[in-house]
Design a protein around this ligand. Structure first.
Ligand code: NAD
Length: 638
């Protein structure tokens, strides 16, 4: 993925964040990719340690991608952020508990999500540019990603101070507070990374480490301990109000701007966690109680609005410092019951409408991956691991994502009109059928009007790809909807390309299949001509598959039996990809070409040939590569 560079160099697994323009902000996809990499390296004997670093001088990672969360929260879909948090916290725990050394290089800003990523690992390196903070209270949230674990372990009352003020620590401060291990001047980092890769040992780190610069926080420790000794936020505010030092006055001025509910929760969490039984999972589980509720009951959306959306920097918090009922804090920290963070791969409620040749194996793969899938098909078909509903409306009622895999655009329009009123606000309607661009855009428009997200995601790869989970998805729709669909594409397929706005997935699909139809006919024509010129099919394949006439139709799906890789030609042209479906796709391409006033003479000719083959000859029910025996049996002009 372009936001990360994951590779092994020598004996090191190496993960580099490559989003410097966004200060390497951590997205949901990045979390999943990092998790996948460290999971694979855990048992890989050729990987002795992991290096975690980032491009750019300004930041290792300035936090999580909160704009994405904001948009889904405002759209009334708290599930996107909840899933992101659950998966991010699972990654945070795995990084903290990893059995091999992980070395993080924390230049510039390392805040929030960046601390979760690089702040719990075994070797945390800081330099002169390092600025480390847990700034969540300033956006109406709480220090999460294991931040409360670090804060509860910090000396004296430093954790309370750092969590409530969002104070930025220097390298010396971070080592004093337990957020970093070693100070090493940054110009030595590139050579050190090479040594780590070459040796697979961490000894070079301690050899290169220098005495950290003095910590201002360490000097202020006794004042902090006195001023933050209170049990509740009210106690702390009173201590600050009665304080006589400049430090007390400045700190009070800072707290007066931040979310009172967030600060009170942070204080309570640190107090609950501090003690001998503390571990990172306990902290993350407590944090998730707040994350799960924060969109609906906290200051989070308002905090992000004021900080990064409207940028007016005047958030209207729910409470004031002097008017915060303690019950507001305890309600947010109550156990979550069935929603408790369990660190397992997360499961989503998915509805699947259309369990035919393609839909049934796709739905079964989602169920196998641990998702709860409810299905519906008018023909009464089922799929392994999928619970069946009596009606489409019942199937979609609790679903965060509704997938459709239907025969054509009209059926899609009918099904969408039926289910949209029953879908939960903020849910995603993900259509994987091949349909006309107009139908895809009309359904997306209906979804938008009803507060839903929409994706058109037709597939390539056929029944084999559906069963094997190796489909390619061509996806149209918003970036937010794509982010929700991405983990599902990863289960059902091997690749998902975001092609742009709604309808663009279908546009990509029909353009691709127009090429496929044309090249298949061209390949069959060439074989037929070669036959008549006395050239063997084997020789034709050997030449063309390695010359400029090569194509997928020739190299991967050769229409000549007994030549090239196994294909439907070797199975008496049983589909495979039926000629009827190719005709459907070519018609869609010509319909779109007409609407867009595009000149597509080859697509038009291919469409007419397949029409004749399917409607007037023996093409119906045969593979689309059966165009070869058809052409080979004919004379010129027939
Ligand atoms: P299919 O005919 O096997 O499956 C379609 C299913 O939809 C059927 O089970 C049918 O009963 C069900 N259905 C029809 N109307 C319905 C309704 N109103 N409510 C609920 N269910 C309904 O077709 P398929 O091969 O699975 O293809 C599905 C889509 O995938 C098509 O758009 C096709 O073009 C596309 N596609 C197919 C292939 C392939 O190789 N088969 C490859 C790529 C794309």
């Amino acid at each position: 993925m372009s936001d990360l560079h994951i590779r092994t160099t020598g004996q090191a697994g190496h993960i580099t964040l490559t989003r410097p323009k966004a200060l390497n902000a951590l997205s949901h996809d990045m979390c999943l990719a990092i998790e996948q990499a460290i999971d694979a390296w855990r048992t890989d004997d050729s990987v002795a340690l992991v290096i975690l670093d980032a491009e750019g001088e300004k930041a290792f990672c300035a936090g999580g991608d909160i704009a994405q969360m904001y948009r889904s929260g405002i759209a009334g879909n708290p599930d996107f952020a909840r899933t992101f948090w659950r998966e991010e916290y699972r990654l945070n725990a795995k990084l903290a508990e990893y059995p091999k050394p992980i070395v993080s290089f924390l230049q510039g800003f390392t805040m929030g999500g960046g601390v979760g990523l690089g702040g719990h690992v075994s070797h945390r390196i800081v330099g002169d540019t390092s600025k480390i903070a847990m700034p969540e209270v300033s956006i109406g949230f709480i220090p999460d990603v294991g931040g409360t674990y670090r804060l509860a372990k910090a000396p004296g009352r430093l954790g309370e101070y750092l969590g409530l003020t969002a104070h930025r620590m220097t390298a010396g401060d971070a080592i004093h507070a337990g957020f970093a291990d070693l100070y090493i001047p940054e110009d030595a980092w590139p050579t050190l990374k090479t040594t780590l890769s070459e040796t697979g040992q961490t000894d070079a780190l301690t050899q290169a480490a220098q005495t950290p610069p003095a910590s201002a926080l360490a000097d202020q420790q006794s004042q902090i301990d006195a001023l933050f000794a209170g049990e509740t936020l009210t106690d702390v505010i009173n201590l600050l109000r009665h304080g006589t030092s400049d430090f007390a006055a400045e700190t009070l001025a800072t707290l007066e701007k931040l979310s009172p509910l967030s600060m009170a929760m942070t204080l309570e969490m640190i107090h609950r966690l501090r003690g001998p039984s503390l571990d990172i999972r306990k902290a993350l589980e407590l944090e998730y109680r707040v994350s799960h509720r924060i969109m609906e009951h906290g200051d989070f959306l308002e905090g992000i609005r004021a900080a990064i959306i409207d940028k007016d920097k005047t958030p209207h918090w729910r409470h004031t410092l002097d008017n915060l009922p303690s019950v507001a804090v305890s309600k947010m920290l109550m156990p979550l019951g069935k929603d408790t963070l369990d660190f397992k791969e997360s499961s989503m409620n998915i509805a699947f409408i259309g369990l035919g040749n393609m839909g049934a194996p796709m739905a079964a793969n989602l169920a196998k991956a641990g998702h709860t899938v409810t299905g519906f098909d008018v023909a009464g078909t089922t799929a392994e691991g999928v619970a069946m509903a009596d009606t489409a409306a019942k199937a979609v009622a609790d679903a965060a994502v509704v997938i459709t895999m239907l025969p054509n655009g009209q059926i899609l329009r009918d099904v969408a009109a039926d289910i949209i009123p029953h879908m939960a606000k903020g849910a995603v309607l993900l259509d994987c059928s091949t349909v006309d661009v107009d139908a895809a855009r009309a359904v997306a428009e209906l979804c938008t009007q009803s507060g839903l997200l929409a994706l058109d995601a037709p597939v390539s790869g056929g029944i084999g790809g559906a069963a094997g989970g190796t489909l390619t998805f061509m996806v149209g729709g918003s970036g937010d909807a794509f982010a929700i669909g991405k983990p599902l594409f990863d289960i059902m397929g091997q690749k998902a390309v975001h092609c742009g706005a709604s309808g663009n997935g279908q546009a990509a699909k029909i353009c691709n299949n127009m090429i496929l139809g044309v090249t298949m006919i061209a390949t069959c024509e060439a074989f037929s001509l070669a036959d008549k010129l006395g050239l063997s099919r084997e020789a034709m394949f050997d030449v063309v598959s390695t010359s400029s006439g090569y194509s997928w139709s020739m190299n991967a799906y050769c229409p000549a039996p007994g030549v090239g890789p196994q294909s439907p030609a070797d199975n008496d042209y049983k589909p495979g990809f039926a000629a009827d479906l190719m005709l459907k796709d070519l018609r869609l391409s010509q319909q779109a070409a007409e609407a867009a006033d595009a000149d597509t003479p080859m697509g038009e000719a291919a469409c007419e040939l397949y029409r004749q083959f399917v409607e007037a000859e023996d093409g119906k029910g045969r593979d689309f590569s059966a165009m070869l025996p058809r052409l080979a049996a004919r004379k010129r002009g027939e």
